[in-house]
Design a protein around this ligand. Structure first.
Ligand code: SAJ
Length: 421
């Protein structure tokens, strides 16, 4: 195989496991990241992110000399770009637009070390057209080389989009087992990309063009966002109609062709709440359902906060000797989804923070997966489930961590966004 040395640009939640996978198959891997701390940590055989089983693989890869990290790109046969694609800050009503500046910076960083015969793959989740844009950035930095938009199958440098699709918490297994969508800018680009991924991918490598591959990834996450929005909308309808939404969904899901997802306090994480905007910002007139789903899911945290405010008012009406400052609220769960410790982009954290700014009494958080609260929650207290059940007047269930099932909530007011009680 011509692709012996592989460089991965961006050593985060996707780039580092991918680099480690190639290295575990005895490829020479050069990991590149602008974060000196990440580079130093990896070169010591350790990891700077939380992902099950990844530490062992990185440790072995570095020890055996197959993986090295650096801040400055070096020549390689294949370059995989796995940098963030966030969206640009927008006014509250505006449609967020994607920020391709990390891809642009990565392209400009690798351009000087590119040579004839190299393969460049964009893995970052990207709006349609981003791979072609990346190829343009590379071509303008290296007019001495030809690229697929100029030379098709005969290009000196091949370019593809192969979106990552792994679920955080299951990355090591899903990298190997999941099918890959391989979108080459030419047939030759796809063919060489399949050859590269087959180093460790046991799933099918399905070939398409770059634009369809970009849209496929956005479609997967938008599909999930729309389905979660349906569940969230049902939860608000059922609350108004005094129906238990969890019972309702379990009944409807007994139909052989119905499979409704779970409502919750909102949609968190770095993907599902972001990627649909990449479709909406490109095609705002057509993407009406996807846009509305985003709005429904984004509105859910505020709806939950209002439920707590109503519960406090109701409590005060029933307990006339008490004041708001006497009411203790216990918030169960801070992570963005169950059984992980990742608090970034978490609706639960945003809800607890908003409540801590509004409520004059004490607020407690129960999060079995962490030992310290993030700085932005420094005015609340971390406690245990049993202490919260015993001491708090109002309990707010925000994440269905396994530890929260089976607790006895007999005397508490409970607002349950996850169907735990
Ligand atoms: N959620 C619900 N109800 C549900 C399912 C999820 O409210 O029924 C919420 C979760 O609590 C969480 C959010 O949605 O806040 C997202 O969680 P998730 O587990 O659905 O997805 P992520 O963001 O961890 O990972 C997704 C995956 N995409 C799909 O399942 C289509 C993963 O495969 C992608 O690789 C990843 O996005 C990514 O990087 O794009």
């Amino acid at each position: 195989m011509s692709l012996q040395t592989i460089s991965v640009i961006g050593l985060g939640y996707i780039g580092l496991p991918t680099a480690a996978m190639f290295a575990s198959r005895k490829k020479k891997v050069i990991g590149v990241d602008v974060n000196q701390h990440a580079v130093d940590t990896i070169n010591q055989g350790k990891i700077h992110i939380v992902e099950p089983d990844l530490d062992m693989i990185v440790h072995a890869a570095v020890l055996e000399g197959y993986l090295e990290a650096t801040t400055k790109p070096k020549p390689a046969d294949a370059f995989l770009i796995a940098v963030p694609t966030p969206f640009l800050p927008a006014d509250s009503d505006a449609i967020p637009t994607p920020d391709l500046s990390y891809i642009e910076a990565a392209s400009k960083a690798i351009a000087p070390v590119l040579k004839k015969g190299d393969l460049v793959i964009l893995e970052s989740t990207s709006p349609v057209g981003a791979t072609e844009q990346m190829a343009e950035w590379l071509a303008s930095a290296r007019p001495d080389l030809s690229f697929p938009q100029q030379a098709g199958n005969d290009a000196d440098v091949n370019v593809s989009h192969c979106p990552e699709r792994v679920l955080p918490g299951h990355v090591v297994r899903e990298l190997v087992e999941n099918d890959r969508v391989i979108g080459g800018m030419s047939a030759r680009c796809s063919e060489r990309s399949v050859e590269l991924y087959k180093t460790f991918v046991q799933g099918d490598c399905v070939v398409t063009n770059a634009r369809t591959a970009e849209m496929a990834k956005l479609t997967e996450n938008s599909s999930r966002d729309v389905q979660i929005a349906f569940a969230n909308e049902l939860s608000m309808i059922c609350d108004r109609l005094d129906i238990n939404v969890w019972e309702l969904i379990s009944l409807a899901n007994r139909h052989p062709r119905v499979n409704i997802l779970e409502p919750g306090p909102g949609v968190g994480g770095h993907c599902i709440a972001v990627d649909p905007w990449f479709i909406v910002s490109k095609t705002p007139e057509e993407a009406r359902l996807i846009h509305t789903a985003r709005n429904v899911n984004d509105s859910k945290p505020e709806w939950v906060i209002n439920k707590v405010k109503l519960a406090v008012a109701d409590y005060l009406q029933r307990n006339t000797t008490k004041q708001a400052k006497d009411i203790k609220i216990g918030c169960f769960g801070l992570a963005f989804k169950p059984n992980i410790d990742d608090l970034r982009e978490s609706p639960a954290v945003n809800i607890v923070k908003a409540l801590s700014e509004w409520h004059t009494g004490e607020i407690y958080a129960i999060e079995p997966n962490i030992t310290n609260l993030p700085d932005k929650l420094n005015n609340i207290t971390l406690t245990t489930s049993s202490a919260a059940v015993e001491n708090c007047d109002i309990l707010l269930m925000l994440v269905n961590h396994k530890e929260f099932y089976g607790l006895d909530f007999a005397d508490n007011v409970v607002i349950d966004t996850k169907g735990i009680v």
